[in-house]
Design a protein around this ligand. Structure first.
Ligand SMILES: Nc1ncnc2c1ncn2[C@@H]1O[C@H](COP(=O)(O)OP(=O)(O)OP(=O)(O)O)[C@@H](O)[C@H]1O
Length: 227
């Protein structure tokens, strides 16, 4: 599904590369954790995969297409296939739970009829049907992040990219959220999660890609590796 080939990233005005000749392959249906200390390059990989930014050198292919060669419409098409989940949820305060999830479809041009069908389905999957009329401030952190997940899955994406999704949650909520990601993954969606939550990584026993200073340090199924 994704091939990262010798990708380096040097942000303008910085001396050390955020990523250095990084190569990684990701097969459709995988569940992958990106781990490593602060500044290791995890968020940079997420941004590159969303095609929010382009690498300084190297190539990234998505479904065998070089994403640097995309035209504007290809970029939109690419992002349509990806659901993003953020540490701070990024919900719209003035919109209800239903409206927040619906908004993800409105911007993609879905019809009101499709929206009426798909939003309740997504809310059932995250267990929040009963909160559809609530506003974000009336929800707990865990519930808000589940709205974030409903918003990501409502467009039936091929891939979910999550940057520190449990960063603002307590342990129980964080674990529930990981189990929700696991359920979504079992239904076929590929998942990439950048995280510092070593205890959850240990518990989930998925593929772990460990970075350090922009370089690949380890890539194997298992726990966080506390060396
Ligand atoms: N927009 C930017 N401009 C300049 N430097 C940046 C920018 N974004 C990231 N960097 C630098 O690139 C390196 C990698 O950052 P990145 O955010 O990818 O790391 P990370 O592993 O996600 O860290 P964290 O766990 O703290 O979120 C860091 O040295 C960071 O300072």
């Amino acid at each position: 599904m994704i091939e990262i080939n010798k990708v380096s990233m040097l942000y303008p005005g910085t001396e050390d590369p955020a990523l250095e000749e990084l190569s990684l392959e990701l097969t459709s249906g995988e569940f992958l954790f990106l781990v490593g200390p602060s500044g290791a390059g995890k968020s940079t990989i997420i941004k590159l995969l969303f095609r929010e930014t382009l690498p300084t050198s190297g190539q990234i292919s998505f479904e065998r297409k070089d994403i640097a060669a995309y035209k504007k419409k290809d970029i939109l098409e690419h992002r349509r296939k990806i659901g993003m989940v953020f540490q701070d949820y990024k919900l719209i305060k003035q919109k209800t739970v239903f409206e927040n999830v619906a908004f993800a479809l409105e911007v993609l041009g879905y019809s009101p009829k499709e929206i009426e069908e798909k939003v309740p389905e997504a809310l059932v999957k995250v267990g929040l049907s009963h909160k559809q009329k609530a506003f974000p401030k009336e929800l707990s952190g865990g519930e808000q992040q589940r709205v974030g997940i409903a918003r990501a899955i409502v467009k039936n994406p091929d891939l979910i990219l999550a940057d520190e999704p449990t960063g603002n949650l307590d342990r129980d909520n964080a674990l529930q959220l990981m189990e929700l990601f696991e359920k979504i993954n079992l239904e076929g969606t590929t998942i990439v999660i950048a995280t510092h939550a070593w205890d959850l990584v240990d518990r989930m026993q998925k593929r772990v890609v460990a970075l350090s200073g922009g370089k690949l340090k380890r890539d194997e199924k298992g726990g966080y590796d506390h060396e």
